[in-house]
Design a protein. Structure first.
Length: 260
């Protein structure tokens, strides 16, 4: 919400493309506060990715929208309907099911092909940001949101593909560059999506992009598993948590304010 307000305020202070918009947004205290919160969350995300499966981390990230809804109802006096409170309950129930079903993270190191695939995906997300101005107006928020989600998904997977923190090994690992490019491109696309259209639509695309793909990569290529006999509960919990998050996507919508 802080970043959406800052992006919209920055949009009215001068011309330029997405990169110029991002630079102007970085001068807004709200955007900087949002980045600080993102930084803390990213450190916790890294810790989580090193200990539990990607699908559980992705669902938990999407579930942050439930926290946004509850905070909005308290601090911003947004009245939640019964359906919306039900969506909050769905998110909590889905996370509970995931917690019961999740096993340990996979022990597969990840192939070189997978690392280069993540790098290629990160570059594709960056290119999407460069051509986003040519996208149809109606589809732009969803496409940019999905692109940002894919970028953050690359970050999730790349954290698992970096197994040696020695400087030489980091420089030689394609996953390092995938993480940096994917994260930077995702922030660029997200800032553009927040400014250019419905934040609800962009947030929904973000949730889809950063959950489903990384979860499949973790299960298929990195060996993420569930507890014995509870795979069905993990699939159900993942689906319920993401569905609840999508139902709450409108709470990413920030009020439009006049720039001063």
């Amino acid at each position: 919400m802080l970043q959406a307000m800052a992006a919209r305020a920055a949009a009215g202070t001068g011309p330029g493309g997405d990169a110029a918009l991002l630079l102007r947004a970085l001068r807004q205290w709200r955007y900087l506060a949002g980045l600080a919160l993102d930084g803390v969350g990213f450190l916790l995300q890294i810790a989580a990715l090193r200990s539990i499966p990607i699908y559980a981390v992705g669902a938990a990230l999407a579930a942050s929208l439930a926290v946004t809804a509850v905070v909005a109802s308290r601090l911003l006096r947004v009245r939640l309907s019964r359906v919306e409170w039900g969506a909050v309950g769905l998110v909590c129930a889905g996370l509970a099911m995931l917690g019961l079903a999740s096993g340990t993270e996979g022990d597969r190191p990840g192939s070189a092909a997978l690392k280069y695939a993540m790098l290629g995906t990160a570059v594709a997300v960056l290119l999407l940001g460069l051509v986003s101005g040519r996208l149809p107006e109606r589809r732009r928020p969803l496409v940019l949101g999905l692109g940002a989600g894919f970028g953050f998904g690359v970050v999730e997977v790349s954290v698992r593909l970096i197994d040696d923190l020695d400087p030489g090994a980091l420089l030689a690992n394609p996953a390092t560059y995938a993480l940096l490019i994917g994260g930077g491109a995702a922030f660029l696309l997200l800032t553009s999506a927040l400014q250019r259209g419905s934040v609800t639509t962009a947030t929904a695309g973000l949730v889809i992009g950063e959950t489903i793909g990384p979860a499949l990569v973790g299960v298929v290529w990195l060996g993420d598993r569930t507890r014995e006999g509870l795979a069905w509960l993990a699939v159900l919990g993942f689906a319920v948590a993401v569905a609840g998050a999508l139902a709450l996507a409108r709470f990413g919508e920030a009020p439009v304010q006049e720039s001063t």
